[in-house]
Ligand binder design. Structure first.
Ligand code: ZN
Length: 272
C-alpha cells in the first residue's frame, strides 16, 4: 500500500477549491505534493501563489499546463511561444519541477504538419526552460483529443518529439488515462527509462463508457485501467517522482470536496 506522501494531487481534481484550500487540505491529509493548474494562480497572481505553495511544504511536481504550439497563423504560433515562456516563469516562481505540455492540434491541419509545428515550438522554448531549470513534459493524450488538443497520442510520438530535440530538459508525462490502451506502453515506458525522459506519472481511472470526453474520469479502482501494473512498469524504468492524482469529474466536483479527498486517499492506497 503506497504512502500518501508518495502522491501529489492536481488542483483541478478539487476544481472548486482555491490554491490555498488545496494546499491546506493536501498537506493536512498527508499527501506529498501538489501539482498546480494555472487557473488557481490567475485570481491571486504568481507572487501570492508562490507564497502559498512554498509555505505549504508540499513538493510541486508540475505546473499545468503549457503547449498548444500549432496554429495556421504565425502570430498565433508566436503567442503560444510567449505563453509557454510565461508558463516556465510561473513554474520557476512556485518551485515546480516541470511544466506539463498539452502540445496542441488544429482542426483542419494534418496531424503530421501539427507535429512538425510542435517540434518547432519545442525547439524554440527548450533553451528558455533549460535556463530556468524547468523540465518540459509532453503528455500524450488519448486519440479522442487528436482533433483539437493533441497531435501526440501515443508514447511513441512523444518519444519521437523528445528524440528530435534531444535535451535533458524535455521528457514525457505518462497519464494512465491517456495511454493505458497503447499496445507499446510497456516497451515505451522502458525506453523512456533508458532515455531518461520519464518525467511524470499521472493516475486516475477510465469509466468503460465515458459520459463526457473531458470530465468523466473516475477514482482509481473504479474503472478498467490496470494502474498497479503501469506503476510497476514506471518504477521498473527508474521513475522516482511523486505519483500525480489527476481526476476531472463533473460528478465528483458536485460533491463535498473534503469527503471526496478522503475517498481519493483511500483509492490511491488501495489501487495505485
Ligand atoms: Zn495528466
Amino acid at each position: 500500500m503506497p504512502e500518501l506522501s508518495t502522491a501529489a494531487v492536481h488542483t483541478m481534481t478539487n476544481k472548486s477549491w482555491s490554491l490555498q484550500q488545496c494546499c491546506d487540505a493536501y498537506a493536512t491529509a498527508g499527501f506529498g505534493g501538489v501539482s498546480v493548474w494555472r487557473n488557481v494562480i490567475e485570481p491571486i497572481g504568481i507572487t501570492e501563489a508562490s507564497k502559498i505553495v512554498r509555505a505549504s511544504g508540499l513538493k510541486v511536481p508540475a505546473l499545468v499546463r503549457g503547449g498548444f504550439f500549432p496554429a495556421f497563423e504565425s502570430t498565433l504560433r508566436q503567442a503560444a511561444l510567449d505563453d509557454n515562456q510565461r508558463c516556465i516563469d510561473e513554474a520557476a516562481e512556485i518551485g515546480a519541477e516541470m511544466v506539463v505540455l498539452v502540445v496542441g492540434a488544429v482542426v483542419g491541419m494534418p496531424l503530421a504538419e501539427a507535429r512538425k509545428q510542435v517540434n518547432e515550438g519545442l525547439s524554440n522554448v527548450i533553451d528558455y526552460a533549460a535556463k530556468n531549470k524547468i523540465k518540459l513534459a509532453i503528455e500524450p493524450l488519448h486519440p479522442m483529443y487528436a482533433a483539437d488538443r493533441s497531435c501526440i497520442n501515443r508514447m511513441q510520438e512523444a518519444r519521437h518529439a523528445c528524440e528530435a530535440i534531444a535535451s535533458p530538459w524535455l521528457g514525457i508525462a505518462v497519464d494512465v488515462y491517456h495511454v493505458w490502451w497503447d499496445p507499446d506502453l510497456e516497451a515505451e515506458i522502458a525506453l523512456a527509462g533508458e532515455q531518461k525522459t520519464l518525467f511524470g506519472f499521472h493516475v486516475c481511472d477510465w469509466r468503460p463508457t465515458p459520459r463526457d470526453l473531458l470530465n468523466d474520469r473516475v477514482l482509481m479502482g473504479a474503472g478498467c485501467i490496470d494502474i498497479k501494473h503501469i506503476r510497476a512498469c514506471v518504477e521498473r524504468a527508474g521513475f522516482e517522482g511523486l505519483n500525480e492524482i489527476e481526476i476531472f469529474s463533473n460528478e465528483k466536483w458536485a460533491t463535498d470536496q473534503e469527503d471526496y479527498l478522503k475517498d481519493i486517499a483511500k483509492a490511491y492506497q488501495q489501487h495505485v
